[in-house]
Design a protein around this ligand. Structure first.
Ligand code: C2G
Length: 143
């Protein structure tokens, strides 16, 4: 069985995330997603997620490509994770290109960076929603 692992926050799940998970699963038979905990997001990525870890985990577990969701609690857990779960391929979007090459040196896993889906991001969604609400509020004021 070929095992694949990937890491991320996956907040406000969108088709960019799904594209990544689909292609990651196509690289093996079993896909593990290490999902950033709320504490890790805040303390290590200064990210405040819209959905809690439990909600983000529930969403990921409903995706046909995902076989297991584990918590990502620290930057240092990747090599131990890859060894513990006997991972063959470590996958990340190419916004991380080069950042995790050390995993190839320290484990038997191959590291693959996949092209991001360019036009969508959680940050963009929040920005667009905020702008729409501003226009709507302004419009309702002048109507
Ligand atoms: N992604 C993508 N296309 C997008 C948005 C995201 O392919 N339009 C990919 C990212 O490259 C990443 C995964 O989806 O591989 C999850 O993205 P995020 O939730 O933003 O993850 P990130 O905050 O980059 O956390 O230790 C690694 C970190 O936990 C990664």
């Amino acid at each position: 069985m070929k095992r694949v692992i990937t890491y991320g926050t996956f907040d406000m799940l969108h088709y960019g995330h799904i594209n990544l998970l689909k292609r990651a699963k196509e690289m093996g038979d079993y896909l593990i997603v290490a999902l950033s905990t709320d504490e890790f997001n805040w303390e290590s990525k200064q990210k405040k997620t819209y959905f809690s870890y439990e909600k983000r985990k529930q969403l990921l577990e409903a995706i046909r490509y995902v076989d297991l969701v584990i918590p990502e609690k620290s930057w240092e857990q990747k090599v131990p994770d890859v060894k513990l779960y006997q991972v063959d391929t470590f996958v990340m979007g190419d916004d991380w290109a080069g950042q995790f090459d050390f995993i190839q040196e320290e484990t038997d896993a191959k590291v693959v960076y996949l092209a991001r889906t360019p036009e969508i991001s959680t940050t963009q969604i929040k920005k667009d929603l905020n702008e729409t609400s501003l226009v709507t509020n302004h419009k309702s004021e002048i109507d």
